[in-house]
Design a protein around this ligand. Sequence first.
Ligand SMILES: C[S@@+](CC[C@H](N)C(=O)[O-])C[C@H]1O[C@@H](n2cnc3c(N)ncnc32)[C@H](O)[C@@H]1O
Length: 237
Amino acid sequence: MAPSSQKLLSENVPCTPSSAGRFDIGVILGDCGIEPTVERHNAAADAISWPLIDYSSCPPTDDQIAINRWLTHASLAGKRILHVGAGNSSLASLLADKVGAIVAVTVSVDELRHAQMLDLPGYTPLLMNKHGEAFANAFDARSFDYIVDNNLSSFACCQKHFERYFAAIAEALAEDGVILTHWLGMRWVLDVGVDDVEPAWLLDERKLRTIATAFGLRLDSDGDVFFMRHADRSSGS
Ligand SMILES: C[S@@+](CC[C@H](N)C(=O)[O-])C[C@H]1O[C@@H](n2cnc3c(N)ncnc32)[C@H](O)[C@@H]1O
């Protein structure tokens, strides 16, 4: 008789229950046991024919466009933006000459090269896995006014590494800063058969609020755009 998937999990993966983490949204895999690197998601991308990780020659997704549009109405002069998931650098192309600085993170070498070739003022693209140790140590506390990630949990390998990522962006967020994400990206997870993401990572408002609260953030929304701010601040832009 084939062993159950639960048994396989416990035999092959150092799995701690997610309830031991900072929040519980029904994720099973507490710790994937593999340090997240840039190569890890590229392996998934190699297994399929449509663009997944390399969006350097794709137009921005609808959720990225909506966030970009929201930012064009925000206070921008001198502000610092962290863009997680650079894609074709649509955000930097739109805003680089209006803000203080933009740092973008990608796991795609082609997205990195594309970003570098644009040579935009104050734009620093970085090749880095957001779930990795290097990302967690990359930025000063309170150093970004806006942090943009339209795929917050779409590529989550496990609760431990997602929590490391979320702790890092909460720490890097300025006192009156805003983390922006979008409903469309909340409702999409990587499920192409290689390194699949658990369906529990599909976010809704309740789950995102549970996560935000665990990291001292308050959740608000405007249509399909979702905002997280430090909870001890009464209001923000
Ligand atoms: C679906 S594309 C979206 C690109 C862009 N944000 C947009 O919406 O047009 C996913 C992006 O996330 C990046 N990405 C995926 N997993 C990542 C990870 N673990 N760390 C950093 N970036 C990641 C990819 O390199 C790519 O830029």
